[in-house]
Ligand binder design. Sequence first.
Ligand SMILES: [Zn+2]
Length: 351
Amino acid sequence: MPLPRPTTPHQETAEGPYTATHRAHRPKVTELERKVAKPSRPAYSDHFRALRNATYHLTVFPLAAWTRKKIDRIRRSFLWKGEENANGGHCLVNWPTVARPKELGGLGVPDLDKFGRALRLRWLWLEWTDSSRPWSGTDVPCNRENRLLFQASTLITIGDGNKARFWTDAWLDGEAPMNLAPNLFLMVARKGRSVRQELQSNNWVNRLRNRINTAEQVEEFISLWLRIQTVQLQEGVNDSITWRWTANGSYTTRSAYRIQFKGAYSAFSSNLIWKADTENKCKVFMWILIKEKILTADNLQKRRWPCHEHCVLCNGPLETAVHLCFNCGFAKAVWNQVFTWEGINTDLLQM
Ligand SMILES: [Zn+2]
């Protein structure tokens, strides 16, 4: 009797390897597709509720590239066309810009990769702060990139040294020894030992003895040794952790998400749009206008769509967003009227 063929855990499908992650996300992707494809267009709130449900999975499963692309395609199509299939021509602003926070010039749609990473840092935070969790002590679903972000986001204060990991936690003047001495870190076999274990009898020195050969290794060793001389363990005091990005020193998903945009900036004051007392569709239009992406003749020409080149209101120069909304004689007349209603000095229009 022939033996049954072993089933492989990774089956290839049209969308890529069929893995546990695939199985976990497939129902949510299908749900999103179904909601967007409904004959009656879903309300924005429905759409985002479906999206929020999908993102709960990100706490455990990092998104496979195909899943993120698929969900982003659904979201992009819904945003620009309200339907399932939008092509590049329908999308007025590129997706990376849309997926930035509003105060950084975006539309505030969550970036799924960054959002998932922010959610998964909670495992590392709870691993440190709440050892009563049932899963405490087991492997948490965080990869090296997640751990590096966590390390850069936290500050360890050493007590008895039992909790903090010697090489990988940021306990030495706010820095992790693995970053202060990367060449030495490569030589260490057991990288997860605690500060206490490594400082006792200078264990960390003994492990490196007779293995330091290069000038870089000697320099790193001396520098690290000098720093460690100032460390005093405090018996009976637990090591503690502080989250760098909140005032109270505790992790929040929001702060973990925002910090991943560090260094980004907005070229305009977004509060003028998003805090305005008006309907959301007007705010979104103003956002597209400021990006100079509304479908005026200059943008139609870039897409090679047939258009009337000149402003049809004044038969003046090339129709651009700035001309149509501010410089055109007709636009100025409208602004003049609005300023008069609001009692604002109309001389501002001449500026
Ligand atoms: Zn005009």
